[in-house]
Design a protein around this ligand. Sequence first.
Ligand SMILES: *Cc1c(COP(=O)(O)O)cnc(C)c1O
Length: 368
Amino acid sequence: MHIPFLDLKNQPPELRNDIRSAVDQVLADCNFILGKPVADFESAFAAYCDCKYGIGVASGLDALKLILRAMEIGPGDEVITVSHTFIATALAISSVGAAPVLVEVDPATFTMNPQAFEAAITVRTKAVMPVHLYGQTVAMEPILAIARRHGLKVIEDACQAHGACCNGRKAGSAGDAAAFSFYPGKNLGAYGDGGAVTTSDTVLADRIRTLRNYGSAKKYYHDELGENSRLDTLQAAVLGVKLNGLDQGNAARRAAAALYTEQLRGAGDIITPAVRPGSEHVFHLYVVQTGRRDALQKYLLEQGVECLIHYPVPVHLQKAYASKGWKAGAFPLTEQLAGRILSLPIFPGITGEQIEYVCNAIRAFYRN
Ligand SMILES: *Cc1c(COP(=O)(O)O)cnc(C)c1O
């Protein structure tokens, strides 16, 4: 058997036909930039996330960057985030000239440790950027309470958590603003790059809408130095259809995760992902921990099972950040995780038979 890490070809046929009609409509109208399909998707996505506003942008990275710019965070400012994340989280902070300040995660849930966040606050701190990593939201209450006490903005990196919930609160609705990515492999994926900001702050929403479109609210009148970071209209049309299947896809991922967790009980030294009480995990990734990670990954590949590591090198040890002088040993929990984590295949169409095959292969590995 060959089990891909992710199978994007496995889409419900009804969805495929609806996407084709939505794309055909854009081709017929030739409204390739902004227009109704983008506005329609923005309001549908905002409503889905329990937010007042959605602003479509070119990518998840741009969503984070534009939020920071709209909050006037820049040189001399610090933004606290985690080292255990995809590089884009930190890059967004660096790209506006602010300094990323990294902290540890809780190794059971892979999300920001609130005490570590509070301990990292200085007079220069302007915002905190918690990451809902792998599809589980950060426990937002303690983060929000600390941020409020210190007058900090809260920017959620929700790029892996479309539809996730924490105590009934949707990812993307807890902080001042949130960034989503529609990279094809994400739980809500476009047919190319795309992203969105969600917020309920009217002033912030207007500012981001202007910034993403050359700093212009009225054509050829430019109020500030904006950028070209619009959600492509064809992608918005695709996303508008796919949004209707998001809850179903997330439910399928949750069922797959539950099956993995059940079948991996007692398998070697495997630690299955922890789901916090009150949290509705959407399993963008299903990440286990083991002390024999590299050997297990190699063995599974020999058995036809593709697994990946998210992420093998923490932000503070990336070459791109060498000038920061962050040293190995600076974040021991994060570094330990980087050596132990393994993402097993998960996607909405994965079958029980495929999951059973993966779990049997894992058990066979520990018997050898
Ligand atoms: C995917 C991702 C991003 C960046 O999104 P792009 O659309 O690829 O720019 C940012 N943060 C996290 C946690 C992500 O997973």
